[in-house]
Design a protein around this ligand. Structure first.
Ligand code: A3P
Length: 277
């Protein structure tokens, strides 16, 4: 492996992508030991592409009608539907397989546990305008590394990203890995675009629910269930909940909840890119 460091932040390259040491320590041994079960669904994404939103939507779809008050009102979406990386950590520690049927992951396609690649499990890949991903990633990584805008100018971050140096990067390899796989197996990989979902959430929510095996009935549609899930999972709602403004996720890196909710605007990149860029 080769390494790259900036301040206290060090990434290591393994299997063609950049990663943290902590992640590699669990991802590598668990590539063999994780056992995907028929019916498991994996939500895959490059960081900052709408993972939190997708998790909330899927969780709301699969638990609809089960609670008087959705757990999403009091629990960070990442704590409702875990990351595979976190589950792998448990597997490595306890030798016990994950009990969740719906998990998310940022791992590149070719680095997924072998049992997932060999399975017919469905995957949903969310992607977003790469320029907005860069801006979002810039703010997120700067906050985590506790650097100011002056310590870490956007231009520098852009150049690093462009060279492929970012957590789970290179970005294009990530999206292309899943895209190529989806050409071979279109029945098991659904691509969703963040901007399309914002524009027409109803159509995409219906597609998503159907794809993961939880289609809405006509009665549910008439009763406004789709709209209520859209409202529940909207940025406006989630970002204003007390739980999402404070505390830390129990995920792999224990990240502050508030960092998952910034602006959620399409085209924020225009405030950062120059004409040249
Ligand atoms: P911005 O930094 O542009 O605001 P991820 O969940 O993959 O880490 O992506 C985070 C991005 O999704 C952030 O983008 C965040 O604000 C946005 N986001 C979070 N919750 C959202 C929601 N419910 N709906 C739409 N976008 C959301």
């Amino acid at each position: 492996t080769c390494s790259w460091s900036k301040g206290k932040y060090t990434l290591h390259k393994y299997q063609g992508f950049w990663s943290h040491r902590k992640l590699l320590e669990v991802a590598i041994p668990a590539q063999q030991s994780f056992k995907a079960r028929p019916g498991d669904v994996f939500l895959c994404s490059y960081p900052k592409s709408g993972t939190t939103w997708l998790k909330a939507l899927v969780y709301a779809i699969i638990t609809r009608g089960k609670f008087d008050k959705s757990p999403l009102l009091t629990t960070l979406p990442h704590n409702c539907l875990p990351f595979l990386e976190k589950e792998l950590e448990q597997i490595v520690a306890n030798q016990k397989n994950s009990c969740f049927a719906h998990v998310a992951t940022h791992l590149p396609y070719h680095s997924l546990p072998e049992s997932i690649l060999a399975s017919n499990c469905k995957m949903v890949y969310i992607y977003r305008n790469v320029k907005d991903v860069i801006v979002s990633y810039y703010h997120f990584s700067r906050e985590i590394a506790k650097l100011t805008m002056e310590d870490a100018p956007f231009e520098e971050a852009f150049n690093e990203f462009y060279q492929g140096i970012s957590l789970y990067g290179p970005y294009w390899d990530h999206i292309l890995g899943y895209w190529r796989a989806s050409l071979e197996r279109p029945d098991i990989i659904l691509f969703l675009k963040y901007e399309d979902m914002k524009k027409d959430p109803t159509i995409h929510l219906k597609r998503l629910a159907e794809f993961i095996g939880y289609p809405f009935t006509i009665e549910e549609e008439k009763a406004g269930v789709i709209q209520s899930i859209i409202n529940l999972c909207s940025f406006e709602n989630l970002s204003n909940l007390e739980v999402n403004k404070s505390g830390c996720s129990n995920g792999f890196f224990g990240i502050e909840n508030r960092l998952y909710f910034r602006k959620a605007k399409e085209g924020d990149w225009k405030n950062y890119f120059t004409d040249e860029g």
